[in-house]
Design a protein around this ligand. Structure first.
Ligand SMILES: *Cc1c(COP(=O)(O)O)cnc(C)c1O
Length: 363
């Protein structure tokens, strides 16, 4: 059996008829950027999340960048980020000239450890970026308290958690603003690059609407030094077609995750922990194992493709040589041991069973 890590063709094939029809409509309209496809998707995505505003942008990194820009956070400001994340979270801070301050994750959830945040807060701290990593919601209680106590903004990086819920509220509705990515492999993915900002703040929404389009709300009138970061009509159309199936897709991911968690029984493999079924949408099923290279090769030899999220922690990357000497042992351990198993809404029961049995036979 050959099991790909993620079969994007199979995922999008399910929408072929609708996509064909909608692309024909766009060709007939002859309107490609910031038109009715984008407007419709923005409305539907905001309604799905239960937020007032969704603003389509070019990608997930820009979504975070635009939020920080809209708050005018920059040189001299500090923004708290998890030490264990995809580097985009941290790049969005640096890009604005602000200083990312790294906080260790919790080894059980892989998310930022809320108990380690307060000691990193200084008079320069302006915001906390929470990343709902692998699709699991950050436990927000403590973070809400800190934000209130120190007057900090909460920015969500929801790029891996479309549809996840925390206390009945969807990701993208837990802080002051959130950034989403619709990169093809995400739980809600388009057929190219795409992203969105969500917020309940009217003024912030209007500012981001302008900032994503050269700082302009009216043609040739430039209120701010904006950027060009728009969601094009083809991508918005694909997203609008796929959105109604997101919950069903996430439930299938939950079903597979439940099967893995109940049936993978191997002392060499540490399974992910879940504190609430609704809080996780399983963008990634992350296991840990001491000899990761060995396990990955064993699975590859059996036809099972896996991935690593991520091989090198941000503070050990060439992009941040100034952090090279710093030590974040929990983050480093996760980066050293993590292996991502195949999980997707189009994985069959037979494939899930084969992955499980193969892992149980690993010695
Ligand atoms: C994918 C991702 C991003 C960036 O999204 P792009 O659309 O690729 O720019 C940001 N943060 C996290 C956690 C991601 O997984």
């Amino acid at each position: 059996m050959k099991i790909p890590f993620l079969d994007l063709h199979k995922i999008n094939e399910r929408f072929r008829v609708q996509i064909d029809a909608r692309f024909k409509q766009i060709l007939d309209d002859g309107w490609y950027i910031l038109g009715r496809q984008n407007e419709t998707f923005e409305k539907n995505f905001a309604a799905y999340l239960g937020v007032k505003h969704a603003i389509g942008v070019a990608n997930g990194l820009d979504a975070l960048n635009l939020i920080i820009k809209a708050y005018s956070f920059g040189a001299g400001d500090e923004i708290i980020v998890p030490a264990n994340t995809y580097i985009a979270t941290i790049l969005a801070v640096s890009e604005n000239g602000a200083t990312p301050v790294l906080v260790e994750p919790d080894i059980n959830t892989y998310n930022i450890n809320p108990d380690l945040i307060e000691e990193k807060i200084t008079p320069r701290t302006k915001a906390i970026i929470v990343v709902h990593l692998y699709g699991q919601a950050v436990q927000m209680e403590k973070i809400w308290e800190l934000a209130k106590k120190y007057n900090l903004k909460i920015i969500e990086d929801a790029a891996q958690a479309h549809g996840a819920e925390y206390q009945g509220r969807k990701m993208g509705n837990l802080g002051d603003a959130a950034g989403f990515s619709f990169y093809p492999g995400k739980n809600l993915g388009c057929m190219g690059d795409g992203g969105a900002v969500t917020t309940n703040d009217d003024a912030l929404a209007e500012r981001i609407r302008a900032l994503r389009n050269y700082g302009s709300l009216k043609k040739y009138v430039h209120l701010y030094q904006g950027i060009n970061s728009r969601l094009d009509e083809l991508q918005a159309a694909v997203l609008d077609i796929k959105l109604p199936l997101l919950d069903e897709d996430n439930n299938r991911r939950r079903e597979i995750a439940r099967y893995y968690r109940n049936n993978i029984k191997n002392p060499l493999i540490t399974l992910p922990q879940v504190y609430d079924e609704n809080a996780h949408v399983w963008h990634i099923f992350a296991v840990r194992t001491p000899n990761r290279a060995g396990l990955q090769k064993y699975l590859a030899d059996k036809g099972i493709e896996t991935n690593i999220h991520y091989p090198t922690p941000p503070h050990k990357q060439g992009a941040y040589t100034e952090w090279k000497a710093q030590s974040y042992p929990v983050s480093e351990q996760i980066h050293r041991e993590e292996l991502s198993l195949p999980i997707s809404p189009v994985l069959t029961d037979e494939e899930v069973k084969f992955v499980t049995e193969t892992l149980n036979a690993y010695k």
